[in-house]
Design a protein around this ligand. Structure first.
Ligand code: NAD
Ligand code: IPM
Ligand code: MN
Length: 356
């Protein structure tokens, strides 16, 4: 029987609320498909800062590096927003990502038929949307040096080396080949040298290795509007760290809520799985955070472990629960976190959640 060690980092705000549901799904999947998971909790973010005086304790980093996969809820919140430098919750998340090394952050965005009406955009525009944002995660302006800050002046540098661009772009082209054969690369090559290098490396790799893939280049400002005007025409989108961060939140409007977007960071020592959303301080503790993004991140985690059937069943459960109209508040419904995830588990597995 396969045994998997999963480091679970619930974090702050609604992080623990949605992580709990992802864990239930993973445990139910393990039960049904006869594999074993060891879920060990580790502190990160504001909760860790309060308890251990650092948002990223060494013990958390070591446990993550020793695990088969890492699941993270969310970090940050107003209580810790005054912190600076390495005491910031966000810095802890960036250190975790860097330590694990997963430079390719996959953020799929699907608008199932059942959510077409939840979107703030017109139904005919969002129907059929099935795209994948491949965001570079361990470089760019988030990590570029020099970086500096004084009372009078602060600066960050958007830096990409040829090697960093080549590896993320190859992953994106590969994924496009397995999907609908189209790749959109997003940059700001009309202004930034770093984007000019990005664009020419994408074009070189396209010509040399992936000429069967249909490639388009868009500037980030235009990409933002095209994502809203013609979302269903995108297949794979590849872009740098900052542009990918912004585009993926924007893409959350397509299905109606950021709360349903999952992510997986691959290519490093250990895979990291986290919903795209943050700690949602405005709804924490109310019991109606949407756990779909976390559940779909668990789907991606199980896929990475090779537990394809278990993964597909949870995904099926999410789709079915949405089809049944079990919608949380962010999607215009009245279901609680627990009601939604109970519906998912009932569809996914032969268990009755009334006893869970
Ligand atoms: P956010 O994603 O936390 O919230 C944005 C909006 O979306 C809020 O109105 C929130 O209620 C809603 N929302 C988000 N997730 C939801 C869910 N699962 N169900 C229902 N509604 C949901 O972004 P923010 O408010 O800009 O950031 C809050 C904090 O979270 C900040 O400290 C930020 O740095 C942090 N953050 C962390 C992560 C992460 O841990 N990966 C990601 C983004 C933001
Ligand atoms: C995300 C978040 C993070 C990011 C923050 C919290 C560091 O917004 O995962 O999208 O910018 O990458
Ligand atoms: Mn973000």
């Amino acid at each position: 029987m396969s045994v998997y060690q999963i480091a679970v980092l619930p974090g702050d705000g609604i992080g623990p609320e949605v992580t709990r549901e992802a864990e239930r799904a993973i445990l139910a999947a393990a039960d049904e498909f006869s594999f074993e998971v060891k879920l060990e909790h580790w502190p990160i973010g504001g909760t860790a800062l309060d308890q251990f005086d650092t948002p990223f304790p060494d013990a958390t980093r070591d446990a993550c590096l020793a695990a088969d996969a890492v699941f993270l809820g969310a970090i940050g919140g107003p209580k810790w927003d005054h912190e600076t430098g390495s005491r910031r919750c966000e810095a802890a998340l960036l250190s975790l990502r860097k330590a694990l090394g997963g430079y390719a952050n996959l953020r799929p965005v699907i608008v199932p038929e059942s959510l077409v009406e939840s979107s703030p955009l017109r139904a005919e525009r969002v129907a059929g949307t099935d795209l994948l944002i491949v965001r570079e995660l361990t470089g760019g302006i988030y990590f570029g040096t020099p970086r500096s800050s004084t009372e009078e002046k602060a600066s960050n540098a958007m830096v990409y080396s040829r090697g960093e661009i080549e590896r993320i772009v190859r992953i994106a082209f590969d994924l496009a080949r397995k999907r609908r054969g189209r790749l959109t690369s997003v940059d700001k090559a009309n202004v930034l040298e770093v984007s000019q290098l990005w664009r020419s490396v994408v074009t070189e790799i396209h010509n040399a290795e992936f000429s069967d893939i249909e490639l388009e280049h868009l500037y980030i400002d235009n990409a933002a509007i095209q994502l809203i005007l013609r979302p269903s025409q995108f297949d794979v989108i590849v872009t740098g760290n900052l542009f990918g961060d912004i585009l993926s939140d924007l893409a959350g409007t397509l299905p109606g809520s950021l709360g349903i977007l999952p992510s997986a960071s691959i290519g490093g020592k250990v895979g990291l799985f986290e919903p795209v959303h943050g700690s949602a301080p405005d709804i924490v503790g109310k019991g109606y955070a949407n756990p779909a993004g976390a559940l779909l991140s668990a789907v991606m985690l199980l896929q990475m472990l090779g537990e394809m059937e278990a993964s597909a069943r949870i995904q099926h459960g999410v789709v079915k629960a949405l089809e049944d109209g079990i919608l949380t508040y962010d999607l215009g419904g009245t279901a609680s976190t627990l009601e939604f995830s109970n519906a998912v588990l009932e569809h996914a597995f032969t268990i009755s959640t009334t006893t869970v």
